[in-house]
Ligand binder design. Structure first.
Ligand code: PLP
Length: 361
């Protein structure tokens, strides 16, 4: 039998797929706003790099020095400050593997990215979950939750599923007050979508050892299925992570695509513009419809609905709109909806508006 902690786990449920909805409802047009993907597709430069793929019969050069150097160079770091993962998901797991065991604890917010809890529990450690306040991290409560058993603090910024981010003074508080035995993991999966004046958290790794910043190629670069994530940190932490990862955890196509995408400033700029326009449109529509949404610094909204979240999710699904039910994300009464391209946003709002008439009777 598997270990008792494994037997106690509920399976991870990803967002509903387009194929599932097509099969269930026989719909032609389906709008997927469920998994915070880039609605413009993949970076054209990534796709162009993949067209030159060769040498698949050989094991790749697992050091990925060129990709690491390119990533590090953007922040004045060196390749030794970078670890690559099969998505940043893998890095969350590796960090837990490095630090957690029975008797140790990880502090995290709830609701936040659910993988932190799963990665913690699988290692037999305790997940200390601190409720958000109004969709934001309760920093005081998180600091108060730290004990000598705490090995790790996960901080998702912007937070998935609420979109909130810490401000400069909150970061200062955290950096000065978080005890030095705790590794701080800052998950910046949505970094590129943030306000232009968002604090540069990567600089923190030079200020505080045991600070790791996680990033991904899955979101703004539109490469979710390629599976490339990266982490920045001090050379010692990165060295440990590199030791415990499996060899060849990032494939040759993944590395090639990621390297191509990194030069695609035009695609990133366009993606940000589309997201900003969609954010303004959806924000105004929610206000007009009397629905409260948290301010967001990411490519999604957590919006309140006047019925149970799962009922709202199912009703939208029937109309070919896939969002995420807050019930599945420890966020009852809300939906998480990804900001799409204009026609997707319009289709979502039109369906929601129709449903609100029904729900409000
Ligand atoms: C906060 C956060 N971190 C990490 C990830 C995982 O990204 P990746 O595709 O790089 O594993 C996601 C994906 O939804 C996310 O929302």
């Amino acid at each position: 039998m598997p270990r008792s902690v494994v037997r106690a786990l509920a399976p991870y449920k990803a967002g509903t797929s387009i194929g599932e909805v097509r099969e269930r409802f026989g719909l032609e047009r389906i709008v997927k706003l469920a998994s915070n993907e880039n609605p413009l597709g993949s970076s054209p430069k990534a796709l162009a790099a993949l067209a030159h793929l060769e040498g698949l019969h050989l094991y790749l050069d697992d050091a990925h020095l060129e990709l690491k150097t390119a990533l590090a160079g953007r922040y004045g770091l060196s390749a030794e400050n970078v670890v690559l993962g099969h998505g940043s998901n893998e890095l969350v797991g590796l960090i837990a593997e490095m630090l957690l065991e029975p008797g140790r604890e990880a502090v995290m917010a709830t609701p936040s990215f659910q993988l932190y809890r799963l990665a913690t529990l699988v290692r037999g450690a305790a997940a200390v979950e601190v409720p958000l306040v109004e969709g934001k991290h309760d920093l005081e409560a998180m600091l108060a939750a730290v004990t000598e058993r705490t090995a790790l603090m996960f901080l998702c910024d912007p937070n998935n599923p609420t979109g909130s981010a810490l401000d400069r003074s909150q970061w200062e508080t955290l950096l000065t007050r978080l005890p030095s035995h705790v590794t701080l993991v800052i998950d910046r999966a949505y970094s590129e979508y943030m306000d232009a004046d968002a604090p540069d958290v990567t600089a923190f790794i030079q200020r505080r050892p045991k600070t790791l910043v996680l990033r991904t190629m899955s979101k703004i670069y539109g490469l979710a299925s390629l599976r490339v994530g990266y982490g920045f940190g001090d050379t010692e932490s990165i060295g440990w992570l590199d030791r415990i990862r499996l060899p060849f955890n990032v494939s040759l196509p993944a590395a090639l695509g990621a390297r191509g995408a990194l030069d695609d400033d035009a695609f990133v700029r366009r993606s940000i513009e589309v997201n900003e326009a969609g954010k303004a449109y959806l924000g105004a529509a929610f206000a007009r419809l009397g629905l409260r949404a948290y301010p967001t610094q990411a490519n999604f909204f957590a919006v309140e609905v006047p019925v149970e979240a799962t009922r709202a999710y199912e009703a939208l699904l029937e109309r070919g709109i896939i969002v995420r039910s807050g019930d599945a994300l420890h966020m009852p009464g809300r939906l998480r909806v990804t900001i799409g391209i204009p026609e997707e946003n319009r289709a979502f709002i039109a369906a929601l508006e129709e449903l609100l008439v029904q729900w409000r009777g």
